[in-house]
Write a protein that binds this ligand. Structure first.
Ligand code: ASP
Length: 449
């Protein structure tokens, strides 16, 4: 039994719903279907979830909300009309929006109810459409699917009790269409995951029903070896491990929601990324383990928006607790760090600019006053490049190939970091050099073979 999750662009209009239905029909193992809210039909379009958020905010703040309401209702009625489904479904969706407007809840809770309408409506439309095509299909609310959540300060977390409940879905007949992105706590509170969170629902359902495969349908054929905005037509990645995917998505590969792979990973379920618009094309398969092959670099990821705080002090290596005290300052200021490359007498703390915000001056002052270093220097506009591949640990000369490629591109390396697991090598460079660096690394690792 497979779980297939369809993202927002796969359900953006009636035509996309038809493609989704064809995909479901083509393989009878596709029994559990998880859906997103309708996404963008074209670059300048709106995602339904964004419209629902605006509607919710405007309504609660007693601002003008009608235009959002009308746009949302129009989008759904167009889909329902084009699929020639019963008009009563549109009434049901509209009634739900009105009901949510009237809910007497505090702001965030009410907003969660608004956000969930997108996925919930998608699932109802799809299940009705599958029924119209003569398939045995039903809509299953996350509560009935057994997706039980806990409300934690860092967001919605899956309760341990969920998996046994979700497993029972296997006994239900027909195709089950489950809305992604939200669930309920034991006392009935509706919670949504962070944005893009339908991927999480998909992975939870896959782990819960012990699926043979979790198919994640999106609008790209596969994961690419490098950002297609930097290198034209890069090679696709056919096979990837979870750890490689994690390293790639850390540095800018945005195919997956960060947390989404965890449930599938823990349950050892292979994940396949496929294109709704090109479903016969081979996608990218993500697995726990793979045999080493010749091409040990699988992808090169990069991201900008980092800063480094460099601290040096003579005889730092002998000063007990220096590193802890330095990192504690970041912790106390609420800034999480990304990497800490160090030397005998120096440490550099790399942080995302979004984390640093306006706290830079205060942190620098605290380091000076509390640690009495010789130097503290902050550098902005850093980019990080991750050269990723599990096979690197068994292969000699990988770092040399990478640094030569960067040297040939006349890129100055500000920092090198290779974790002990050797899944990736990381280079810190000036953001301005990024495109040149990536192109040269791509040539070295993917065009030579
Ligand atoms: N609809 C939600 C969002 O736009 C969740 C998702 O699509 O995965 O973030």
């Amino acid at each position: 039994m497979k779980v297939a999750k369809f993202g927002g662009t796969s359900l953006a209009d009636a035509n996309q719903f038809k493609k989704v239905a064809d995909i479901i029909k083509a393989d009878e193992e596709r029994k559990f279907i998880v859906v997103s809210a309708p996404g963008k039909r074209h670059e300048h379009d709106f995602k339904i979830t964004d419209l629902l958020i605006r509607l919710g905010e405007a309504y609660v703040k007693e601002e003008k909300y009608k235009s959002y309401y009308i746009t949302i209702v129009d989008r759904f009625s167009q889909i329902i009309n084009d699929l020639e489904l019963d008009e009563s479904l549109m009434n049901e969706i509209e009634d739900r929006i009105k009901q949510v407007m009237e809910l007497d809840l505090e702001f965030n809770e009410k907003l969660d109810h608004f956000k969930a309408i997108g996925e919930d409506s998608s699932a109802k439309i799809l299940s009705q459409y599958l029924q119209k095509l003569g398939l045995e299909a039903s809509y299953v609310n996350p509560k009935d699917a057994g997706i039980l959540l806990e409300d934690t300060p860092t967001g919605a977390k899956l309760s341990d009790k969920s998996y046994d409940r979700i497993y029972q879905l296997r006994d239900r007949g027909g195709i089950l269409v489950i809305p992604g992105f939200f669930g309920y706590t034991e006392d009935g509170k509706l919670l949504t995951f962070s944005r893009g969170g339908s991927d999480i629902t998909g992975a939870i359902v896959a782990a819960g029903v012990k699926a043979s495969l979790y198919e994640n349908f999106t609008d790209v054929d596969s994961v690419y070896t490098v950002n297609p905005k930097i290198v034209e037509n890069p090679k696709p990645i056919e096979l990837l491990t979870y750890r490689e995917m994690r390293e790639l998505s850390y540095a800018g590969f945005s195919v997956f929601h960060d947390e989404a792979l965890i449930p599938a990973f823990k349950a050892n379920i292979p994940v396949e990324i496929k294109n709704t618009n090109n479903p016969l094309k081979k996608g990218t398969l993500i697995v726990s383990n793979k045999k080493p092959n010749d091409n040990c670099v699988v992808g090169i990821a990069s991201d900008t928006g980092f800063s480094s705080i460099y601290v040096s002090k003579f005889l730092m290596n002998r000063e007990l607790g220096f590193g802890r005290k330095l990192l504690q300052i970041f912790e106390e200021e609420g800034v999480s760090f990304e990497h800490v490359p160090s030397g005998i007498d120096e440490m550099t703390v790399i942080v995302r600019d979004s984390q640093l915000g306006d706290k830079e001056e205060r942190i620098v002052e605290r380091i000076k006053n509390e640690l009495h270093p010789d130097t503290v220097a902050v550098h902005h506009n850093l980019a990080l490049i991750m050269v990723v591949g599990e096979g690197m640990k068994e292969t000699i000369g990988m770092a040399q190939r990478a640094t030569t490629a960067l040297g040939e591109a006349k890129v100055n390396i500000e920092m090198i970091n290779q974790g002990s697991s050797e899944v990736s090598m990381m280079f810190g460079i000036k953001a301005n050099d990024l495109h040149r660096a990536i192109k040269s690394l791509y040539r070295e690792f993917f065009e030579q073979e």
